[in-house]
Design a protein around this ligand. Structure first.
Ligand SMILES: Nc1ncnc2c1ncn2[C@@H]1O[C@H](COP(=O)(O)OP(=O)(O)OP(=O)(O)O)[C@@H](O)[C@H]1O
Ligand SMILES: [Mg+2]
Length: 273
């Protein structure tokens, strides 16, 4: 069974897409079979993989419309056959707002019944979501095993973290997805200045309810990460000497360690399947 991870934060511009892109590519480079799913109408993850959305025949919108299966809209990454992408196109917003989805009694669970055999084909499904709390985000939360919250350290970070913790709690309590868990909080855009350190102290302080969730790895602010996305590729294929690559490599290893603590490690080894 695939382990399904959502990158979510109701705040925008915190590194959700950058993390989804680089975590997916790093896991694939280690030999895992990865499905990266773009739930965002901005299509940043799709474009970040170098996919031209204008030339796509089908996308996640068609899955929500019930016209295609997930497998039918899946694209193989140009860097390796064990990484696949479910692209998003901007029309997904219109599809979601259309009467047949908007009035659907289970509109937050439409994607739940679409996986079928795909569960067995992948080690990981990594999902990128838009900011806010939309039907698209709710669909990703409905199928996720774990949520990772990328966050920027600022005066309002704890407000955003509380919102996300409450959202995960609601998803559990309302039986949309009783198995979902918060896997961790990832500090992005990290800078070794007093401002960052001060906010980090608040989140990692002994009294903080978020302390246990913090990943040790911090993603430093690094221009190479935005340059690589602009060039349509994860940083592993763009510049392996950059801090951006080193930080996401360290994060991917810490992510695997954290999951191995929750599952039997044999499930996670690519060679075991
Ligand atoms: N560690 C970093 N250092 C420098 N720039 C970064 C870093 N992480 C992301 N960026 C850049 O910051 C911008 C926002 O990042 P990203 O798109 O990953 O955030 P997001 O949370 O997905 O945003 P949205 O909520 O709009 O979907 C992008 O231009 C990205 O290239
Ligand atoms: Mg994004």
């Amino acid at each position: 069974m695939a382990i399904k991870i959502v990158l979510a934060n109701r705040k925008g511009g915190v590194g959700k897409t950058t993390t989804a892109l680089n975590l997916s590519a790093n896991l694939a480079s280690m030999g895992y079979n990865v499905l990266a799913m773009d739930f965002d109408p901005q299509s940043n993850l799709t474009v970040g993989f170098g996919i031209n959305i204008l030339s796509l025949g089908a996308s996640l919108s068609n899955v929500f419309e019930d016209r295609c299966s997930i497998a039918e809209v899946t694209v193989t990454d140009r860097h390796g056959c064990n990484l696949h992408i479910v692209p998003s196109t901007p029309d997904i917003e219109k599809v979601i707002e259309s009467g047949c989805v908007a009035n659907h009694l289970r509109k937050n669970e439409l994607i739940k019944f679409k996986f079928g055999d795909l569960e067995e084909a992948y080690h990981f499904v990594i999902m990128d979501t838009p900011p806010g709390k939309s039907t698209l985000t709710m669909n990703s939360l409905a199928i996720a095993d774990y949520v990772i919250v990328p966050m920027r350290l600022d005066a309002l970070s704890t407000v955003g973290l509380k919102q996300m913790r409450d959202l995960v709690g609601d998803v559990k309590a309302q039986w949309l997805n009783p198995k979902i868990e918060l896997l961790g909080l990832l500090c992005t855009f990290y800078e070794q200045n007093t401002d960052s350190l001060e906010h980090m102290d608040i989140i990692s302080g002994v009294d903080s309810p978020f302390r246990e969730y913090l990943f040790e790895t911090r993603i430093r602010k690094n221009i190479t990460l935005s340059k690589s996305i602009a060039r349509g590729m994860p940083v592993i294929h763009f510049d392996k000497r950059s801090h951006g690559y080193m930080d996401y490599d360290a994060f991917t290893r810490e992510f695997l360690k954290r999951l191995e603590a929750e599952h039997s490690s044999a499930i996670l080894r690519p060679t075991a399947i």
